[in-house]
Design a protein around this ligand. Structure first.
Ligand code: SF4
Length: 669
């Protein structure tokens, strides 16, 4: 019997209209867990680097994490994986909400889409009944509107629907897939869904999942719930509000936005408004939020209520995702009312709330600097808010300049030329990242940004405090109940960390310590993404309820897999390496492992080189960032080392992309 997982995937060939229910190998689950882990293996096996993002041979995989659908609190993530049109690398984007548990209850762990449908379709999965249905009448409809129409049409009000809007249909490189109060936004996976001719996946299930040792599993779940309550009652002192509790960034119950508005950059990530937040603004924003926020909501089986339904005047109600509350407001130098209003349109269009405002602010900066002119913006309103709405419409329709901007800042700047590339200054691996510019290099963040292949907004951060605490008493109090550390040495790293002097950034933590810290952070993110856990309860916050010590127990009691901390660490390392291997095979090298040039004002090239060298060695990668044959073989990934050898990847000098890679193609995909 299979536990926690169903043991079946749905394989759908859209070109032929063929549907298969395929049994999976339990050994793969032991090696790669599930969710992201097994997705990475499928992409390795079936999507070689010759396959471009918009090729029918690219796969689009919707995976429920290994523990989704079990009573584990907050375990509800759908991990959507494909080859990204924007980065041309493997993308994996996590979606909260309700879809993944519903898929499990219908009897499947993954839906794997291949080929392309000649006409727009949607999928209807109800237990054993799986249909490819005509979606011609849904063409051009909003993502949320589509979900409502499908539920009505099917007479299934409780079906969970993941849908794309106009942006996905038009293959905008940062199109999202929307579902419930969440979305899979990063990496343009909505564009791949549109390219495959799939408007939506609707699912409803009525089956139970087996739990290997139910009483033990429930006891673990109750411990987590007790701990969540404790943490909610006892926020961590001495850190910014967003890190003091659990859940997602920019929660909808938070009124105080001083930290975000004063620390992150406005416009095209250029302007820091240090004294922005005052009593007048605090009152105005509180009134706006309270008047539009109609209800606080959570994802499936979670008490955290990080999301909310928002009803902007004159617009339909929608569900705000955790991170879109301020992104449009700050990019447009506007107020919260504008941000909550335009996010409704953006959600229906189905675009990433992190990339989209950055792209629009980038376009306006090019306009202000004469690189784009009035001819590029015919009929654009004069006011900033009006311009943002105008640009959003052009982008999702790929009209005029919108067609260029629809490819994101990196590709748009290349196409526009005339110095535009200097304005696309916020990308990592061709993808819009944190609108943040800081002074002193932070070695932990340097490694995290440079080498991270997870593209969510928090990337692989979490677990270790972002900055030292000024007083030793505060540090001692912090480490006292820091049970989440995988090793006691992390406590000493933190105790010794000073704001100034020898043991301060950039030279402390030392490169060796940074390797330990970044590796721990990354491990927790990758475990979450295989199990389907929300990072807001695990990898992102300080002192989370899920950690390396209780996760093996959850996996053992839930999925019936013999598991301990070492085995779990090894499994996470195995599929993390496989994600990298997929990207190495697509041409990614050391030259790509870098943060945006101006992320920090004070840079230290020698230290940065040492950090990268040390980390590569720590990870078992060579000086080009390629996993060595020895490290691959040790993880049981000898099939990867053989492939690398066959392709001549080990003899590649790193300056020139592999012949077969598509990562550097300039135009089209
Ligand atoms: S913590 Fe927030 S984002 Fe995470 S599952 Fe719970 S409600 Fe959803």
């Amino acid at each position: 019997m299979r536990y926690a997982e169903t043991g079946y995937n749905l394989e759908i060939d859209l070109t032929r209209g063929n549907i298969e229910r395929v049994a999976t190998d339990p050994k793969e689950t032991e090696l790669y867990l599930g969710g992201l882990g097994t997705n990475a293996k499928i992409i390795w096996d079936r999507v070689p680097p010759e396959v471009d993002p918009f090729s029918p041979d690219n796969l689009l995989i919707f995976a429920a994490g290994l523990l989704c659908g079990t009573p584990a609190t907050g375990c509800n993530r759908t991990i959507v994986s494909t080859i990204s049109p924007q980065t041309r690398l493997m993308a994996f984007s996590m979606m909260g909400g309700f879809w993944a548990p519903e898929l499990k209850y219908a009897g499947y762990d993954k839906v794997i889409l291949r080929g392309k449908s000649p006409d727009l379709v949607y999928l209807w999965i109800k237990d054993d009944k799986v249909e490819i249905r005509d979606a011609a009448h849904l063409k051009g409809k909003g993502a949320i509107e589509t979900a409502t129409l499908i539920c009505q049409e099917l007479k299934e009000p409780k079906a969970q629907v993941a849908a794309i809007g106009l942006a996905g249909e038009n293959r905008v490189y940062y199109a999202s897939i929307e579902q419930g109060r969440s979305s899979a936004s990063r990496g343009g996976i909505g564009a791949v869904m549109g390219d495959k001719g799939v408007k939506a996946l609707a699912v409803r299930g009525s089956r139970d999942l087996n739990i290997a040792r139910p009483a033990e599993f429930m006891a673990l779940c109750n411990e987590v719930l007790d701990y969540i309550k404790f943490r909610n009652d006892n926020p961590i002192p001495g850190v910014m509000p967003i890190l003091a509790g659990l859940g997602s960034p920019q929660e909808m119950k938070v009124h105080d936005e001083k930290w975000h508005t004063e620390n992150f950059m406005w416009g095209n990530s250029r302007v820091r408004r240090k004294d922005f937040w005052n009593d007048e603004i605090a009152t105005a924003w509180m009134e706006t939020l309270d008047s539009m926020r109609t209800r606080l909501i959570s994802c499936y089986n979670c008490p955290m209520t990080c999301g909310a339904t928002i009803s902007p005047p004159g617009k339909p109600t929608y569900m705000m995702k955790c991170f879109s509350k301020l992104t449009y407001t700050m990019a447009a130098f506007s107020d919260l009312e504008f941000g909550l209003g335009i996010a409704q349109s953006a959600t229906e269009y189905g675009v990433d709330g992190f990339s989209t405002p950055q792209v629009m602010a980038f376009a306006l900066e090019l306009y202000e600097n004469g690189i784009l002119t009035d001819d590029d913006f015919p009929g654009m309103p004069a006011d900033n808010e009006g311009r943002f709405y105008w640009l959003l419409d052009r982008i999702v329709r790929r009209e005029g300049i919108g067609d260029v901007l629809a490819n994101g800042t990196y590709w748009a700047a290349k196409e526009i030329g005339k110095g535009a590339e200097a304005y696309a200054h916020n990308t990592i691996k061709k993808h819009e990242q944190l609108p943040l510019k800081l002074s002193m290099l932070n070695p932990i963040y340097f490694l995290m940004y440079a080498t991270g292949e997870k593209m969510n907004i928090t990337q692989i951060e979490g677990q270790f405090p972002q900055a030292p605490f000024p007083e030793m008493e505060q540090r001692e109090a912090f480490v006292k109940d820091w049970i989440q550390v995988p090793d006691e040495k992390f406590k000493q790293y933190f105790l010794d960390w000073e704001l100034r002097g020898e043991k301060s950034i950039p030279y402390y933590p030392t490169p060796e310590m940074c390797c330990d810290i970044v590796d721990w952070q990354e491990r927790m993110h990758y475990i979450d993404d295989a199990l389907g856990m929300c990072s807001g309860l695990s990898s992102f916050p300080l002192k989370p309820p899920y950690h390396i010590h209780n996760y093996p127990k959850f996996i053992a009691a839930g999925a019936g897999i013999d598991m301990d901390e070492d085995k779990l660490t090894q499994a996470a390392k195995r599929y993390r390496t496989l994600v990298r291997a997929n990207n190495i095979r697509r041409g990614m090298r050391r030259k790509d492992d870098k943060p945006p040039k101006n992320h920090w004002k004070k840079r230290f090239p020698e230290l940065e080189k040492e950090l990268l060298d040390t980390y590569y060695q720590f990870k078992g990668w060579n000086d080009q960032g390629i996993p060595t044959k020895e490290s691959l073989d040790e993880l049981g990934l000898d099939y990867v080392s053989k492939d690398f050898e066959k392709r001549g990847i080990y003899s590649d000098d790193g300056d020139t992309p592999s012949k077969e890679t598509s990562a550097e193609k300039e135009n089209g995909v």
